[in-house]
Design a protein around this ligand. Structure first.
Ligand SMILES: Nc1ncnc2c1ncn2[C@@H]1O[C@H](COP(=O)(O)OP(=O)(O)O)[C@@H](O)[C@H]1O
Ligand SMILES: [Mg+2]
Length: 396
């Protein structure tokens, strides 16, 4: 079934370099567009990208006319960051979902313009077929499950080796914090932030057993590049946010950070989020309770979390028995209340690799094989997707 008017099932859009993309959306028996997922912000559809001859995902953003300028302003910064971070225009990173461009209505092309001309020329695809109060971000389709489901829905008797994914997550973080960028013909690197790292924004691709960071619409460069003003976002999910990077909701508990070094703070918050995610992967314990997870932005849950786990000095329920001790101390450092005491992404990756080498070598006796130690550890990724109702019950 096809609909006429705006947002039809077939859309052709063109960039200013003259490249055309043709998208084709499929519908199910009851006439709805085939959805691949839905989070708090925007539905994610599956569509055919006819030039690339593959299925992709289209994250569809729509908003009220009064919000248009504000949302576009933020999105331009993500578009220009993703262009260099992991895209078909530069080079896809194996651990970061690949970006294929943004589809916009021509009336928004001015508002969507980046100061980086190359990005405008290649990544902005214009079409009259969608409304001026929406746009589409196009990404690689990942066939697999998200890490939240893998951690929490896998039967207990199946032992998954999360260490491989841990390395890949830290590699993705390193790439973010040192992303290659070419400006005016010069190659360099720039720090970017994700701002919403958590298990439900990480997928494991089934065929390649590879970790991919998703939900990239908050990625930005946290200081001005070529006059773009830097990004002015806050981290998105309070439970995974370093306390220094949140709005001062509870100044009695968390005094505002000393200097307004936004860049350092946002980068440190990503480290905190990765630390909590590693905690859930390696320690197989929830960093946040299920009831909190299903209530978006529950500041009370967040406050309790820090009060009980971090401020009281108890921190997380880390396992300091000999076989887990090295992991425990790395994770503990990554979620330090004081962001200046957290390791950098590079240091965290180096420490992670050292622990792996220790486990494979001198430490191997500490991990009995049946608990997944040594090289014989069995890797299993769950095949079945959880039921729809389970998936709906939590924020992304
Ligand atoms: N590239 C992708 N490939 C496959 N599924 C995806 C992809 N991106 C998102 N999804 C699915 O859609 C869900 C919501 O996407 P996400 O970008 O996290 O949205 P939100 O910003 O609303 O949280 C994900 O949890 C995942 O199940
Ligand atoms: Mg999400």
């Amino acid at each position: 079934m096809s609909v006429s008017g705006l947002d039809p099932d077939r859309i052709t859009a063109r960039n200013s370099a003259g490249i055309e993309i043709r998208l084709r959306f499929a519908r199910n028996e009851i006439g709805e567009r085939n959805k691949r997922g839905e989070g708090a912000n925007a539905p994610v559809f599956r569509a055919r990208h006819e030039q690339l001859e593959k299925d992709i995902v289209v994250k569809s953003f729509s908003f009220s006319a009064s919000e248009t300028q504000r949302i576009i302003k933020k999105s331009v910064k993500s578009v220009e960051s993703l262009y260099f971070l992991s895209s078909v225009f530069t080079r896809p990173d194996p651990n970061i979902m690949c970006f294929y461009g943004v589809v916009i209505h021509p009336s928004n092309s001015e508002a969507f313009s980046s100061k980086i001309e190359e990005v405008n020329r290649n990544a902005l695809f214009l079409t009259e077929a969608i409304s001026p109060t929406m746009f589409y971000m196009l990404y690689e389709l990942i066939d697999g499950s998200d890490l939240h489901d893998i951690i929490y829905d896998t039967p207990r008797d199946i032992d998954i080796d999360f260490r491989k994914y841990g390395v890949e997550l830290l590699k993705a973080l390193n790439k973010l914090q040192k992303a290659p960028i070419i400006l005016a013909g010069k190659t360099g690197t720039v720090a970017m932030v994700h701002l919403d790292i958590k298990p439900s924004n990480i997928m494991i691709e089934r065929a390649t057993d590879t970790l991919k960071l998703i939900d990239l619409n908050t990625v930005c460069i946290p200081w001005p590049v070529k006059g773009n003003g830097g990004c002015d976002r806050n981290s998105m999910t309070l439970e995974y946010t370093g306390p220094e990077a949140t709005p001062p909701l509870f100044p009695e508990i968390f005094p505002p950070p000393l200097p307004t070094d936004k860049r350092t703070i946002l980068m440190a918050s990503d480290i905190f989020a990765v630390g909590l995610t590693l905690y859930e992967m390696i320690m197989k314990k929830t960093g946040i309770s299920i009831t909190r997870d299903i209530i978006p932005y529950n500041e009370y849950g967040w406050r309790d979390f820090f009060r009980n786990k971090v401020i009281s000095g108890e921190e997380l329920e880390l396992d300091f028995t000999p076989d887990k001790e090295k992991w425990a101390s790395l994770i503990q450092d990554m979620v330090k209340l004081n962001y200046r005491q957290r390791p950098t992404a590079k240091q965290a990756l180096d420490r992670f690799n050292e622990i792996l080498a220790w486990e494979e070598g001198p430490g191997s006796v500490a991990l009995p094989v049946n608990q997944g130690g040594g090289k014989k550890r069995r890797k299993t990724v769950r095949k079945n997707r959880p039921t729809k109702s389970r998936r709906r019950n939590r924020i992304r």
